[in-house]
Write a protein that binds this ligand. Sequence first.
Ligand code: FAD
Length: 458
Amino acid sequence: MDPSHAAALASLLGDGARVLTQPELVEQLSRDFYWYSPVLRKQLDGKVGDLVVQPLSAAEIQSVLGYCHAHNVAVTVRGAGTGNYGQAVPLQGGVVLDLARMDRIETIQPEGVAVCEPGVRLGVLENEARKSGWELRCYPSTIVKATVGGFLGGGSGGIGSVAHGNLRDFATVRALEVVTMEAEPRLLRHEGEAVHDILHAWGTNGVITRIWLALAPAVQWSQCAVAFDSFDAAFDFSELIANQKQWIKRLVTTFEWPIPSFFTPVTQYAPKGKALIFFLIASGQLAALEAAARESGGAASYAGVYLGLRTRPLLSDYTWNHTTLWAMKTDEAYTYLQCAFDPATAREQLRKLKDRFGQEILFHTEFWKNGEGQMIPGAIPLVYYTTEERLNEMIDFCREIGVFVANPHVNNVEGGGRYRADNVQLLAKRRYDPKGLLNPGKMATFEPETAATGAAAK
Ligand code: FAD
């Protein structure tokens, strides 16, 4: 990249300290958790931006994008860089647009909608919302570090999804503002259905600068770990609690042994050889849950009140994709898949996978509600990685037996399994980034505007 761009961008912002060029900082802010995947590790190691820009406002983002558009400089947006498919890794150098400093919570509206900037950490928003009787509907297990903008750009759901669905469901994202990548970047508001043009587009079709996020009434939660002799029994009980409407729950996570043995700080709650379930349950229902578990042959190995994100132990730190992290700490050969089982035939699907792959696949299920209100036995199973061929064989087999796979070993929006069939993300990219400068390479079906025609290619 032409070195004069750094000085020009610094002068645009009127603050050279917010244009970072030190190689170690640029490298650090070009990385995310792509190394979770041995396949992506090979593809993305060594990919870095040329410099980092840290804007403070939508107006500054408009100036930066206008400049980059004029000079054909690629721009990759970054929240906290906790995405695990290399979403925030710049493939073609250029500017890393680090939004961590745009971290203002404007208001928590009385009807339970938070209005905030994209760099707000989800954990900060959760704490703030609770002060006025609200909490996040769903959040990733990276809540402490991850940003609201990054969750909208690259996340899907997590803790809370068992009650409120994923981020894209039930109008959780009420509205957003987005800056376009054009000669004169526009600041546009998307609301209602139109938020889906931008959600989970990996920052390829606009920079989200303001968000209206619907919250849920706050609940006093308790945590509980329940052990069962077999995974089948644990799965049965977790499915029962997930499905029965009377239980007020935020988390229902089930682990096959030996996964609980990987959770080194809490192995005292993981009886040897047993399957384990982690719950977040309304405090008023904790005793009833323990009793129900006993009746089903389980035994609580831990129970305690949840006092916010500083609670120790914090059971959610071992759930969703944190499970994979603990496994990788034990043995680097572990990686993962993201699956959704069929509620009607999940047991049969699980059995077929076990028969075929044995200990190469270890079950870790997460229940969530889909957009139609149906409870889905989702899963982020651990996979003992040997070769890419074997991993693909497992993915193909899952699909053959009707298990949905959002493949976390590909580095484009379409391949990841959460691309919308109605193409709205691609259509928005054609409108808002016709030159294809936003996070280039990550929307595989997009073809940039051709110099010859000046029009976006079909
Ligand atoms: P980043 O990684 O910085 O960005 C993610 C994507 O969004 C990138 O493509 C980026 O370009 C784009 N983006 C960022 N900000 C904007 C913006 N303002 N406008 C437009 N695009 C933008 N995810 C889940 O959904 N659920 C989980 O439970 C979960 N658990 C995880 C556990 C671990 C241990 C790890 C490593 C990851 C996990 N993830 C999970 C993935 C990730 O943490 C979340 O999706 C998180 O919300 C990403 O936020 P971030 O700020 O780190 O985003």
